[in-house]
Write a protein that binds this ligand. Sequence first.
Ligand SMILES: [Zn+2]
Length: 443
Amino acid sequence: MNRKALLIATTLALATPWAQAADVLVVDCGKFIDGLTDTVRERQRLRIEDGRIVAIEALTETGSAGAAAQALPPSTRHLDLLGLTCLPGLLDLHTHLTDLPENTADFRIYPRRSPEEHMAFAHRNAAATLTAGFTTVRDVGGYVGGLDRELRDEIDAGRIPGPRMQVAIAYLTIPGGGGDMLLPGFPRAEARTPLARLRMGVARGPEEFAAKARALLDAGADVLKIIASGAVLSPGGVPGSPEMTPEEIAAVAREAHARGKRLAAHAHGARSVKEAILAGADTIEHASIIDEEGLQLARTHDVALVMDVYNGDYIDTEGRRQGWPAEFLQKNIDTTEVQRQAFTRGVQLGVPIAFGTDAGVFPHGLNARQFRIMVERGMTPMQAIRAATSVAARHIGWDDKVGALAPGRFGDLIAVRGDPLADITLLEKVEVVVKGGAVVKSP
Ligand SMILES: [Zn+2]
């Protein structure tokens, strides 16, 4: 590298502290929750090299933090968190980083804004998510097809701050289904985002769905997302009613699995949940009206339920205040309490439940508000933490990368002041965020 290139590289590294750090970071933690076990360890030292955790060891009781720091070579960065509790960076398996809650009041905003304008919001959403402690998200689509992939690539290149992302690129949905941004009467000439881009994943019949699925995988989708049943936040959708047939779902599942990818199925209704599991879905999104048989099926097939049990509160208060359509508000009421009761039953039965919030329906960065509901509705605080760490990572096939403080995984960690097992809402006030050994946020 010549001197000019070196100067540019150095300047870039300084200007992008969120990029994966190619050096050594040593973190001393007062309390330590690894995301895998129930044990809370005291005084642990974690060593991150080139973005990955390479070692975890106990600090001696007598050695002060200062003495411990002195023992390190001067080139090593040191983060003293002996007054805090460290946890793995959190995962949210159901976000829409390119969408905003306000957009739900009037969907015509989607064609009216240009892709660049949508993207400017997405950048802010990504930063807000990361600084709230969510270092990984599975983004299950947006109404403007492909924006999520662009966002993922910008983050991975270190150009903007944001979480690691798995992206779906577009919703696979039937014509007029819950993922179809059909806007009857909207004048084509006024659209600044092409209407075709808002309907990228619309298909009918197994062959057409398979072809669309292949196109999304070719375009770089990490996960496929289908709208199997009606949606709460879409005009005319009936959450309890199937939209896709079992054959259509199976066709998409085959394409995903043939490429080693997974299928996330939006399904509120009891029948759609069961059909999606039997057709090969790997996670069920919402699962609001799941019945006993569906819960048992999810458990025996090791399919994770991603139940967004917080956002009903937001929709009923803020959504109402923002003037969201009355139909949406009613369907939200119809699916909120029933979903929370199903969540409790799922916890009792030992069904795998992974943390996912539907952020975008409520403001990005408030994702951790869901922990309180999960604990109120039957999970222990440790179960809720695992749902957002190792359990979530396993169900998206990233358990070699994220979801635990363990050697070999990325150096993604957060820290809070106090004991999150005594007060789970501390996760709403994350003081430290490290992603890939780069300190994103510190006290
Ligand atoms: Zn969603």
